[in-house]
Design a protein around this ligand. Structure first.
Ligand code: XMP
Length: 327
């Protein structure tokens, strides 16, 4: 590991607004020095790390930053809208929004193998990003949301699952302002930068997004049912005070149907499976014991509000033997 990528032992853990502010001031200065009058490009997913890097860069170099947000059609409900609202409307960033939903879903049509799905999503993402980047001129720098655990365990969960990275031919100087921070510190800095809590304290969300929760070959109608059921789950967890407490919670919609009854008629529809787990490092996980009333309310809402879903199941499996995601 190069010295540049090593966290000095003297570096204090950023736990307070004052320490976050000091870090922000220091980074803004360092970013201005590094970038000068150059231009920076950043892939902005809306995840905590890239969002904090974007906010720091906007503060440091303003319009010299261009963010590209690629909507692969596998985002959760309202996520791309939030990226546009926060970064373009509130922070005034140069933000290129690409709705590549059709492109991704067309490529994924009929593909049921999980690793193949991940490869397609990762590969397509790079292509779309690359095409957009090629239209821009005078870009010398590439912003990245690398954080310290990514450096410490380059074979960690992120690297293990996500295919690709940026193409070899993109020879840009990297700008990685949070690379020496741990996740909790990135969150404190993001909060101090004024990013909304729903962005800063959000649960982990995999790169391939809802794609790994729409089990098997993705179809648009099942994906829509997944997105809606997930939104209801998140809303009810928020109301029940579970959102900040449970490490990861989501719904999964598998590709099988069962008989049910809706409005007095036979309904041949999918189930929505709820997964709610707690973990320290994602290597093992335990199940959240959600109150029966909360589950009951979620079940009633999902089965009555989401077209195509007639049952709700709760996954009781810890990791191992179940992985956190279904694919
Ligand atoms: P598993 O399913 O392996 O998940 O128990 C462990 C953690 O990793 C996340 N995960 C992913 N993250 N790309 C990512 O960026 C992926 O392809 C991917 N697959 C799983 C998962 O959400 C959980 O937090």
């Amino acid at each position: 590991m190069s010295d540049n990528n090593k966290r000095p032992e003297s570096m204090e853990r950023i736990t307070t607004p004052e320490l976050a502010q000091a870090f922000i001031d220091e980074q803004v200065k360092a970013l201005r020095e590094q970038i000068g009058d150059g231009n920076v490009l950043l892939a902005l997913s809306g995840g905590v790390d890239s969002s904090v890097v974007a906010a720091l860069l906007i503060k440091a170099v303003g319009k010299q930053l261009t963010c590209i947000h690629v909507n692969h059609g596998l985002m959760r409900k309202g996520e791309s809208e939030q990226v546009i609202e926060v970064f373009r409307n509130q922070l005034g960033a140069n933000l290129i929004y690409i709705d590549a939903t059709d492109r991704f879903l067309d490529k994924l049509a009929g593909v049921s193998d999980p690793e193949q799905k991940r490869k397609i999503i990762g590969g397509e993402f790079i292509e779309v990003f690359d095409e957009e980047a090629a239209k821009l001129e005078n870009i010398g720098f590439l912003g990245q949301g690398t954080i310290y655990p990514d450096i410490l365990e380059s074979d960690g969960i992120k690297a293990h699952h996500n295919v690709g990275g940026l193409p070899e031919e993109v020879k840009l100087e990297l700008v990685e302002p949070v690379k020496l921070l741990f996740k909790d510190e990135v969150r404190v800095v993001g909060h101090e930068l004024g990013l909304p809590d729903s962005m800063v304290y959000r649960q982990p969300f995999p790169g391939p997004g809802l794609g790994v929760r729409c089990v098997g070959a993705i179809t648009r109608d099942r994906l829509a049912a997944l997105r809606e059921s997930d939104a209801i789950l998140r809303e009810e967890f928020e109301k029940a005070g579970l959102a900040g407490k449970v490490w990861q919670y989501f719904t999964v919609v598998p590709d099988f149907k069962s008989t049910g009854i809706k409005d007095g008629k036979r309904a041949w529809e999918w189930p929505a499976i709820i997964r709610a787990v707690n973990t320290k490092d994602a290597m093992t996980a335990t199940i959240e014991h959600v109150d029966w009333e909360v589950l009951d309310k979620i079940t009633k809402r999902i089965t009555s509000e989401v077209p195509g879903i007639n049952r709700v199941l709760y996954d009781l499996t810890p990791k191992p033997t179940g992985t956190i995601e279904f694919e």
